[in-house]
Write a protein that binds this ligand. Structure first.
Ligand code: SF4
Length: 199
């Protein structure tokens, strides 16, 4: 086969690959000829890429912020575009817990139990002033926990009262970026040392 023809065929194959390989694929796909391809990447990159694009959330909505959280999944904002569409009612099937609303003292142990039931690696987003710090209205109430991070480790804080769906989406995308930097070999479990106040 002539050099020109081979180059042309390789180009055709590469064009075809563009249609099946997403732009953000963390690696190189090289046409190997005879219909085969060679993928060059690292295990961390490809696992983190897959994991960050298929985060299944557990909703922990306790008050008004939950309405904005639901709206974020509705057609107008549609967080399924980013791989979050499979919302789980069971902690055992979820990768991410989104806390939207006030956490009262009685809910603290429930939140902790749900977190403990999630399989690792697991992530937490605290949405709104109540979940972050106890809230603008109930901060000094005897019955309110002053932020989810008094109960479980939080990865991303989304401020607001309530935050708009765009803000929650940005928080979710920030979590994806954080996951893409993880190292499987040296991954630290965020709950390790949490109860002793070390993290
Ligand atoms: S932060 Fe504001 S909107 Fe969200 S739960 Fe608290 S009071 Fe309601």
């Amino acid at each position: 086969m002539g050099v020109e023809k081979k180059r042309f065929l390789n180009q055709l194959e590469a064009e075809g690959l563009k249609q099946v390989v997403p732009d953000d694929f963390p690696g190189k796909v090289i046409p190997g000829g005879n219909g085969g391809n060679i993928v060059v990447t690292t295990l961390d990159s490809v696992i983190n890429w897959g994991r960050s694009n298929s985060l299944w959330p557990l909703y922990f909505g306790t008050s008004c912020c939950a309405i904005e959280m639901m709206q974020t999944g509705a057609p107008k904002h549609d967080f399924s575009r980013f791989g979050f569409e499979v919302a789980r009612p069971s902690a055992r099937q979820a990768d991410l817990i989104i806390i939207a609303g006030t956490i009262v003292n009685k809910m603290g142990p429930v939140l902790r139990r749900l977190y403990d039931q999630m399989a690792e690696p697991k992530y937490v987003i605290a949405m709104g002033a109540c979940a972050i710090s106890g809230g603008p209205f109930y901060y000094n109430s005897y019955s309110v926990i002053k932020g989810a991070d008094h109960v479980i480790p939080v990865d991303v804080y989304v401020p607001g009262c309530p935050p708009r769906p765009e803000a929650l989406l940005e928080g979710m995308i920030m979590l994806q970026q954080k996951i893409k930097t993880e190292n499987m070999k040296h991954k630290v479990n965020p709950i390790d040392g949490f109860d002793e106040g070390k993290v």
